[in-house]
Design a protein around this ligand. Sequence first.
Ligand code: ZN
Ligand code: ZN
Length: 727
Amino acid sequence: MQNFARVINGGNFVTSKFNEKNSSTSPNDEKIKKESSFFPNAVLGKQADQLLSLDLNISKNEQYLKPNSLTNQVSAINLPKKVFNQSKNKNIQQINKKFKDNEIKAQKEEDTKQSFQKNTHKTFKNNVIESLPKKNHNTASSKLNSKKNQFNSKRLDQNKQENGISPNAKTAISKNQLSIKVAFLGGLNEIGKNITLFECKDDMFLLDCGMAFPDGDMPGVDLVIPDFTYIEQNIDKIKGIVLTHGHEDHIGAIPYLLERVNLPIYGTKLTIGLVGAKLKEAGLLRKAKLNVINCKQHIRFGCMRVELIHVNHSIPDSVAVAIHSPAGTLVHTGDFKIDCTPLQDDMIDLCHLAHLGNQGVLALFADSTNAERPGYTMTEQKVIESFQNLFYEAQDRRIIIASFASNISRLQQIIHCAHRYGRKVAYSGRSIISYMAIAAELGFLNIPEGVIIDIDLINRYPKDKVVLLTTGSQGEPMSALTRMAYSDHRKIIVGPDDFIIISANPIPGNEKTIGAVINELLKRGCHVVYESMYDVHVSGHACQEELKLIEGLIKPQYFIPVHGEQKHLRKHAGLAKAMGMPDSRIFIGEIGDLLEINKDYIKKIGSVPAGRVFVDGSGVGDVGNLVLKERKHLAEDGLIVIVAVMESSGNIISGPDILSRGFVFVKESEPLMKEARRKAFGILESHYKRGKRELGAIKMRLNEELSKLFFDKTKRNPMILPVIMEI
Ligand SMILES: [Zn+2]
Ligand SMILES: [Zn+2]
C-alpha cells in the first residue's frame, strides 16, 4: 500500500493554470504544486499523510499558441510583420556593406552563399510563425506572403546582380536548406526503446525515449536503454522531448536520459502523469521540466512545430504527431489502432489526419507491430462481452485477472464488470497499483464508490464476491501471478476455487514462461482462461487494413515503416507497395541511420552513434557485450579453475587443483579430473624447468591444452581460469 503514495497534479488544475499563464503577461516560469487527495478514497483516506505531490513545470507561454484564441492569432500575425521589416532592412544593410569591396571575387562568392542561406533561414522562421493560426486569417497571411515573395525575388535579383551567383548554385543551396534529417536511435528491428531525433536547420527534438526488456541473449540484464551519445553530442541543438504515450517502450528510458541532460518534456496529461511518477521514484522530479499539452496544440522547437493528434491504442491519451517544418510536414503515427467504439476516449482523429494529407505530407512514419495481421484490430468493446460471459461462467469461484498494468481501458472494463456482478476489486502487483492510482487521479478511471478493497481484506469476503487484479500476464518471474502459481505469494493461495483469466497475448519470446505459469496453475486445480480460449484480449496496434487506410488518408510522398522487427517493417513496406508507393520512396532503416528527406529525395546520408546500453542492478552501461559473452559462456559450458602455488625455484608447493562449477560433478568425473591435474602439472613443471616463468604464457598454455583435453573427452568447452601464485 505504500505505493499508493504517489500523487500527481490533477490535469484540470494544470490545464487551467496553463491557460492562465497563456493570457498572462508575466513570462516567469513558476512551479505549480498541489497536494491532492487520492483514489480510491475509501481505501486511501488513511494514507492521506503519506501522499506526495508531483511538480508539473509549465513552460513559457510563448511556446504555445492555442489555435482557437483570437488574441493569439492577431499577435501571431502582427509579430512576424514587425520582425520581417526589421530583418529586411537589416539584411539589405548587411548585403550592401558586405559586398562594397569588389577586389576579392572568389571570397565574395562564398560570402554571398552564406548570406543567402542566412536570409532564407529568416524567411522560413517568419513563415512558421505566420502559419500557426492558419484557419481564420488566410487573407492576412496571403497578403503577407505575397509581400514577402516580392521582397524575396527582389533580394535574389539583387544578390544575383551584385554577386553573380548562377541560378544552378542557387538551386543547390535551396535544396540543402529544405531538408529534414531523422536519426533513428532505437525502435527499428526491435520492439522496444523507441527514440527518434528530428533535425531541421539547427533545431532538433526527440520523439519518445523508451526502454526494452532483455531477451534470452542477455543473462542478468534488467533492462536495455538506448545509447545517448548522439544526444549528448548535440545537446545545444535539442529543444525538448515529445512523448506519444505512456508505455515503457516509449517513456521507460527518460530517467536515465534526464540524469545526463535535463531536456523539457512534452506530452498529454496521462503520459506526463506516468513520467512524473517515474521521475519521482528516480529522485529527478524536482528538476524535471514537464509540460502537459492537449491535442491540436503546437509545440515550437525553433523552426519546427509539433502538433499532437489523438489516436486509439491500449493506453488512453495516446497521440500521433505532425511535424511542420520548413522542409515540409512529417507525420509519425506513434503506436495506434483505429477503434470506432473505444471505451474511454474519442475515436482516432481521422479527420485531422486526412486534413494533413490534403495539405500535403512529405513523409509518413507508421507503426508496423501488426503489419503481418490481416484485417482490422477488434474494438475493445468485444472484450466486454467476453468478460461478461466469463464472470457469469465463474459462478461462485474467486476471479483473478492478469493484465498489463498500463492497459487502463481493460482495467476499467474489469471494474465495471465486477461492479455489475456485485464483486469487490483488489489489486496485487506494484505496477498495477501505481498505474491505477495515477489514472484515477487524472480522471482516466471511473471507479464506483466502495468497489475497491485492500488486498489484506480479500479473505473477509466470500470467494464469489471478489475479483483480484494482478500483474504477470507475461509470466514475469517476480510478478504476482507467477508467485501465486508457485505458492510464493504472501497473501494469496490459489486452488480449485479460483477462476483465472489471462487478459493479454504473450509478447513473442514469452510463450514458454507464461505456458509454465499456466501449467502450474492448472496443477493446483485452478480454472485458467487464456488468449486462444476467448477474446479476452485485443491488440493495441493497427492491422493491415487500418495501416492501409491511414496511408491512404495521409498520402505521403515517402513512407518509413517503424516500430517493428525486420519482418514487420518489410511486410509494412509491402502494404505500401501494394498501394502504389514505388520502392524508391520507401525507406527501411536501421538503428543508427541518419536519414535526409526533402522534396527531391529520401536517402541515408550517414550513421550516428546508437545501440543498446544494458542496465544491471544499479550499473548503467558497465555491462558490455564482452561481459555478456562471458556470462553466456559460463551459462552454457560452466567453469574450470586451476589453482597452483609455486616457488620461484620451480617447486610446486600446492596443487595444481582443479575446481569445477557448472561443468561436471567432480566426484563423478574423477578420472577426467585426474588426467587434467596430471596435464596441468606437466605444463607447470616443463615451463619452470626451462626457466620460462612468464605467468601469461603459462596460463595461456594451460588454457589451450586443458580446453583440448576437455573437448576431446566431453565435447564441451568450459571457461578455464588458471590461478597461479608465486611465493
Ligand atoms: Zn504502446
Ligand atoms: Zn510501442
